[in-house]
Design a protein around this ligand. Structure first.
Ligand SMILES: Cc1ncc(COP(=O)(O)O)c(C=O)c1O
Length: 282
């Protein structure tokens, strides 16, 4: 059975447990996280939970569950899934109440699902992906990992229809991030990525790359990368919990560097794999 959790109960993920009046369903009124589990060990769990509690607070969602008891549920879900390697999706919403925009007076809803890795095909990972450029049409609080993903979905679908893996979003002539990833550019062996602000999500994989770059004595600079600088990059890659470090070898019609994953991207991928396999401190 494919296991899930909803408000205190472990259920089959196909069970119809979410009522119509659930505010996640009615309004997308909630926040979420995606945590990858390698060999039964959640990777950077503390960082994901920090961001989840921060996101909840940012939308005034009264999620007061003690961190330890919340972590215990995540561990139970992992155990019950019977999987060693899986992705755990967590959603916290403002609960169930008759539809009304105003905040209801009811407990929040907590749901989780456990799914086997939905990884990018090995061949694509090997060759590198293509991306399109798309205006960043999202709201002004993208640092919140909110359930409202409509602009992200529309841009990603457009990318997919053009045979691309990701849409790289831009605002005022500079890139912000991908629809479900952060974007890194390498020029003359230096790494550049968009500074943290309200306009992007503070990716946990982005943080891991920053730490790995420091260990490997690579220069890491936060800067607004213009579309021209993106086109002139030696290497480009995107990062996320589920795509990890994914090389990008073409943006729109422009081939990046030599048109194949570059040496620094490869080095970072290797070091990231060491971390996720638990061989390094994280
Ligand atoms: C908009 C956006 N930016 C960045 C990321 C990468 O975040 P993380 O590395 O924490 O998965 C995601 C992940 O889903 C995302 O949706």
């Amino acid at each position: 059975m494919s296991i899930a959790y909803f408000n205190g109960r472990f259920v089959d993920s196909d069970d119809p447990v979410v009522p119509i009046d659930e505010r996640g369903h009615q309004f997308g009124d909630g926040v979420y996280e995606v945590i990858r589990i390698y060999n039964k060990k959640p990777f950077m769990l503390d960082e994901h939970l920090d961001r989840l509690y921060m996101s909840a607070e940012a939308i005034a969602l009264p999620f007061r569950q003690e961190r330890e008891s919340f972590q215990a549920i995540i561990h139970q879900l992992i155990e019950k899934s019977g999987l060693d390697n899986l992705d755990v999706y967590l959603q916290i919403t403002r609960g169930m109440a008759p539809r009304n925009h105003l905040f209801p007076d009811c407990p929040v809803s907590v749901s989780m699902t456990a799914k086997p890795f939905r990884s990018i095909p090995a061949e694509l990972r090997e060759k590198g992906a293509k991306a399109i450029l798309h205006p960043d049409e999202r709201w002004a609080n993208c640092y919140i990992k909110s359930l409202n993903l409509l602009p992200n979905i529309l841009a990603k679908q457009k990318a997919h229809e053009q045979g691309c893996l990701e849409a790289i979003l831009f605002r005022d002539g500079s890139i912000t991030e991908g629809t479900s990833s952060n974007v890194f550019v390498i020029k003359d062996t230096r790494l550049y990525t968009t500074p943290l602000s309200r306009h992007i999500l503070a990716g946990i994989t982005r943080m891991a790359v920053q730490q790995i770059a420091a260990e490997a004595a690579l220069t890491f600079t936060e800067k607004h990368v213009t579309l021209e600088e993106l086109a002139e990059a030696d290497e480009v890659f995107i990062t996320s919990t589920t795509s990890e470090i994914m090389p990008v070898v073409q943006v729109e019609e422009k081939i990046i560097g030599a048109g194949q994953p570059g040496p620094i991207t490869r080095l970072l991928q290797e070091k990231y794999t060491v971390r996720t396999s638990g061989a390094a401190r994280h």
